[in-house]
Design a protein around this ligand. Structure first.
Ligand SMILES: NC(=O)c1ccc[n+]([C@@H]2O[C@H](COP(=O)([O-])OP(=O)(O)OC[C@H]3O[C@@H](n4cnc5c(N)ncnc54)[C@H](OP(=O)(O)O)[C@@H]3O)[C@@H](O)[C@H]2O)c1
Length: 321
């Protein structure tokens, strides 16, 4: 089958399209004919050799896709060949076909095209699991998400607003700040403003979702309210920071860090169930829309990675098969 292949590790130029062996659906898996896949920041790390696939996962890059079910593995019930779906993957998305554990297969939510649906699984699962299952963001609480104009950020703002939180976010350019405002957030320029000051003035953030890691660790703790929960999901600003235990203790606050990809199948299935139950109704009602920067054919995979690394995009970058 057609798939993205790499000639070693390195920059986007190591990516091209070639032929690889077709996957077969194992017991409890379905085979999906991929219509679209989305690019994630983690994919760029995998391409550089810093984020290898977990044991047993496809070597082909790609953490989410949409498409049609082509075949059911042994013991799969509740789905039929031809069903339109989107899926959370441990790998293998940048390909014509992918085998997916059935617990990670989700229906396409109402109001969204099959191509657009590829933009949703990874961000919806990451935001639902971290902000709501782990940090328990509640109605009326203050929520700060960094990088509000990115894939994760655009989903986090919309879902938190839809569930009645007061949302603050950071972004880098006037255009991206405006996008964040249009989604319902108070937008703070990370170039010209201090998010700690803005949050402190209103009483602190009950939950912070962070993509920056080390660079923002101290300031994130400073921006927390009493009882606040900081969840770190990325390390765009480095991996080793200094934590002021006294500040954390005084606020009775917590710091958690999680990764979705390596979680056991049962946990991913529970997260996907939570997404279908709690996120998809907001999508179907038009309160959450997939924010897509651009859609390009799989053949342009190197350009898609370059675009993500340049950082000028807003929302998701999609590849069509
Ligand atoms: N742990 C997990 O399970 C998990 C799952 C999914 C994603 N992630 C991580 O979550 C992060 C976001 O992913 P994504 O798919 O949304 O990537 P993305 O679309 O490329 O977004 C990256 C974001 O980082 C923002 N940013 C850059 N410098 C910043 C700064 N100094 N302060 C605040 N924000 C800054 C960018 O803002 P501007 O565009 O405004 O500059 C952009 O919104 C990545 O680090 C990714 O690895 C983790």
């Amino acid at each position: 089958m057609r798939a993205a292949v790499t000639t070693g590790t390195g920059g986007p130029e190591v990516l091209s399209v070639g032929d690889v062996a077709d996957p077969r659906p194992g017991a409890g898996e379905v085979l999906v004919d991929v219509v679209a896949a989305a690019v994630n920041r983690a994919d760029t790390l995998q391409r550089q050799g810093f984020y290898p696939p977990p044991p047993g996962a496809s070597e082909v890059i790609g953490l989410e896709c949409s498409g049609r079910i082509a075949e059911l593995g042994e013991g799969v019930e509740g789905w039929s060949v031809g069903d339109e779906v989107c899926a959370l993957l441990a790998g293998g998305g940048y390909a014509a076909r992918v085998a997916v554990p059935v617990g990670q297969v989700m229906p396409v939510p109402g109001g969204v095209s099959l191509v657009e649906a590829a933009a949703l699984p990874e961000v919806a699962a990451t935001v639902w699991s971290n902000v709501f299952m782990t940090a328990h963001l509640a109605k009326g609480e203050r929520f700060l998400v960094h990088g509000g104009a990115g894939g994760i950020g655009t989903m986090a703002i919309q879902l938190a607003v839809a569930r009645g939180a007061e949302v603050f976010t950071t972004a880098g350019s006037a255009e991206k700040l405006e996008l964040c405002r249009s989604l319902g957030a108070t937008a703070i320029s990370y170039r010209d403003e201090d998010f700690v000051e803005v949050l402190t003035e209103v009483g602190g953030a009950d939950v912070v979702l962070d993509n920056m890691g080390a660079k923002y660790l101290g300031r994130n703790v400073a921006a927390l309210a009493t009882g606040g929960r900081l969840v770190v999901i990325g390390f765009q600003g480095g991996t080793k920071g200094e934590l002021d235990i006294q500040a954390l203790l005084r606020k009775r606050a917590s710091v958690t860090a999680t990764s979705l990809r390596a979680r056991p199948l049962e946990e991913k299935a529970a997260i996907c169930c939570g997404v279908v139950e709690n996120v998809w109704p907001h999508v179907a009602a038009g309160r959450i829309r997939p924010v897509v920067e651009t859609t390009m054919p799989l053949e342009d995979v190197a350009r898609a990675h370059q675009l993500m690394e340049d950082g000028a995009h807003a929302g998701k970058i999609l590849l069509t098969l």
